[in-house]
Structures are given as structure tokens and as C-alpha cells.
Design a binder for this molecule. Structure first.
Ligand code: NAD
Length: 326
């Protein structure tokens, strides 16, 4: 029986992966995969990894040394992998789509919560404070949503925005054919949008796509939603724009320096990240820790597709979900 090492395991992963039949064995490790923990891969045939595993040059060298034959990412993004180090030595598989609805719906949940101050209202009423002063938001109907990235998730988010009666404008270097929304350039999107939601991957082109320059071009009191990758936003500039009031609020499911923090319980420790501490402390920022994907449907699809990818690999069948970086 082939053996796979599963990294960064959480209880909800095991529920779904254990439930399904597979042609290989899984050993679950709580550790994230990185150059220190790669030694755990000795005697395994493949690894299953996630968004905050660090598959950098040193880790890859160790995986090659231990003769790992496949890396199965149980996510869609792969910005945490050094593909130059991998070359064509180890095939990397992924789950291209598992539930765009999960992420798009979470993006709208963050925005609705911020705009209608649900987080504040919840805290107030729990203390029998029934005052509504300062809780006003605005109607979404007739407002403009600017969407950066019109792939699977961006397009569902657009549908949701349209359901609220919003005008939608979007930017994507690879626009779809016959869209039922308007494409525009980034500067126009910044100038016109009442809310900007990021749905593009993190690449060398998109890193810090939102920075002090782009914030300065935006409408006053714009809302920023990021459920894609933390590195899309220059965090310090975001903090400045929030402090100055340029930005009315930010809903963040991802953060540039999340890899050591998100998914872990730091509630009784002081975290060593001043920017994140300040962001968390602001009344108009809501942070969730990379949970936009976390629905029953998404977890089931992630497990089924990851297991299918590895079953295909071990059986020598064609790999429909292999990442090809040319
Ligand atoms: P997708 O590949 O279907 O779509 C991405 C779109 O972004 C494509 O249309 C592409 O042309 C566009 N794009 C590429 N570079 C761009 C740029 N510089 N500016 C604007 N657009 C650009 O991906 P998807 O399934 O819609 O996922 C989008 C992102 O969501 C992923 O890259 C991933 O980082 C993130 N994600 C987050 C979670 C979560 O739990 N928070 C879960 C899944 C995916």
C-alpha cells in the first residue's frame, strides 16, 4: 500500500478524508510542512499539503532526497511552492475548484457584517445595550462593487452583488467573453467603487496590488474585502488608509503574514505582529482566519478530489489536476 504524509491536519480534515475509500494509506501530522518538518516524509510516497505549508527550495530538496513522488495540494492556490526548485522532478496536483460559493458567500458575509455593524450590534445586545447609535450602514442597491479577478469565485461574487441590486465593474487581465458586467481599468475601478473585493491569485504581478498609491486613487470611505491571499495588500498602507478614514472598513480572511498564526489558538499569548494586532483592534476591521472555504460542501469536495488525484497518480492514470508551470 502506498503511503502519504498529510500535513497541517485539523480535526475537520480527518472527518472527510477518513470517510472516503482510497487506494493508499494516510498518516496525519499536525505539523506544517517546511524544511524542518520535511524529515517526516522519509518512507512516504507522497505528501498532502495545504495553504500555509512552506514548500520552499530547502523543503523541495528534502522531498526529492526522500524520493517523494507526488505533492497533492488540498487547495486551489499554490503560491507557497517553489516551482523552480521542483522543475519536473515531482508532479504537483491540486483541487482547482471545490466550492466557489463558499468563498464568495463569505466575502459578502464580511462586507454585510462591516457595513451593517453586526459585530458591534452583537456585542451590544449581549450586554443589554439596545442603543443603535453609530450602527448605520448604507443600502447596497445602486452602489458600485469593483471586482478584481473574474474567475470562479469572482463571478459568483458578482452574481451575489447583482442580487443586491449593485452595479458591478471588474478588472481582469484575461477577461471572459460576453460578460454580463462591465470590465474597466484598475484606476477607474478604484475611482468608482464603493466596495472593492479581491478575487485574483497571488502572483509576482498581483503582489501588493492594493498599496498606498492604489488606496489614494479610491473613493473616500470605500470598503475593502480580501478573501484571496494576504500578499495582495500591503498591510502597512492598509492600516494607514484605515487610520486616516480613507477606507471605511476592511474584511480580511487572509493576511500577508498569516502562515505562522492562522488556524492556531493564540488566545493566551501575545502575538509578535504589531500590524495584525492593530488591525484586529480597529472597530471597522473584521478578520477571519482563512475560513472562507470552510463549508461542508467544500470540505467534502476537497477530500474527494485530493483522493481522486492521488488514486490516479498511483494507478498511472492521466493527471487532470496537475499544475503545469511553464
Ligand atoms: P480562478 O483561477 O478561477 O480565477 C482567478 C482570476 O484572477 C482569473 O480570471 C485570472 O485571469 C485573474 N487574475 C490573474 N491575475 C490577475 C491580476 N493581476 N489582476 C486581476 N485579476 C487577475 O481562481 P478562483 O477559484 O476564483 O480563486 C481566486 C483566489 O481565491 C485564489 O487564487 C485563491 O488565492 C483564493 N482562495 C481563497 C480561499 C479562502 O479560503 N480564503 C479559498 C479558495 C481560493
Amino acid at each position: 500500500m502506498k503511503r502519504t504524509a498529510f500535513f497541517d491536519t485539523k480535526p475537520y480534515d480527518r472527518i472527510w478524508f477518513d470517510k472516503l475509500e482510497k487506494d493508499f494509506e494516510i498518516t496525519y501530522f499536525k505539523d506544517k510542512l517546511n524544511s524542518d518538518t520535511a524529515v517526516l516524509c522519509k518512507d512516504f510516497d507522497a505528501v498532502i499539503a495545504f495553504v500555509n505549508d512552506n514548500i520552499d527550495y530547502d523543503t523541495v530538496q528534502k522531498l526529492i532526497e526522500y524520493n517523494i513522488k507526488a505533492i497533492a495540494m488540498r487547495c486551489s492556490g499554490y503560491n507557497n511552492i517553489d516551482f523552480r526548485a521542483i522543475g519536473n522532478k515531482i508532479p504537483v496536483l491540486r483541487v482547482p475548484v471545490y466550492s466557489p460559493y463558499a468563498v464568495a458567500e463569505h466575502a459578502m458575509a464580511l462586507f454585510l457584517c462591516l457595513n451593517r455593524k453586526i459585530n458591534k450590534a452583537y456585542n451590544r445586545t449581549r450586554e443589554f445595550n439596545f442603543s443603535i447609535n453609530g450602527l448605520q450602514g448604507f443600502d447596497l442597491n445602486g452602489k458600485t462593487a469593483g471586482i478584481i479577478g473574474t474567475g470562479q469565485i469572482g463571478r459568483i461574487f458578482i452574481k451575489i452583488c447583482k442580487g443586491f441590486g449593485m452595479n458591478v465593474i471588474a478588472y481582469d487581465p484575461f477577461p471572459i467573453k460576453n460578460p454580463d458586467f462591465e470590465y474597466t481599468d484598475l484606476d477607474t475601478l478604484y475611482r468608482k467603487s464603493d466596495i472593492i473585493s479581491l478575487h485574483c491569485p497571488l502572483t509576482s504581478d498581483s503582489r501588493h496590488i492594493l498599496n498606498s498609491d492604489s488606496f489614494s486613487k479610491m473613493k473616500d470611505s470605500v470598503y475593502i474585502i480580501n478573501t484571496s491571499r494576504g500578499g495582495l495588500i500591503e498591510s502597512e498602507s492598509l492600516l494607514d488608509a484605515l487610520k486616516s478614514g480613507k477606507i471605511a472598513g476592511a474584511g480580511l480572511d487572509v493576511y500577508e503574514e498569516e502562515s505562522e498564526l492562522f488556524f492556531e489558538d493564540y488566545s493566551s499569548r501575545i502575538i509578535d505582529d504589531d500590524i495584525l494586532s492593530l488591525l484586529v483592534s480597529l472597530p471597522n476591521v473584521i478578520i477571519t482566519s482563512h475560513q472562507a472555504f470552510l463549508t461542508d460542501e467544500a470540505l467534502k469536495n476537497i477530500a474527494e478530489i485530493t483522493i481522486g488525484n492521488l488514486n490516479d497518480f498511483f494507478a498511472g492514470r492521466p493527471l487532470k489536476n496537475q499544475i503545469n508551470i511553464s
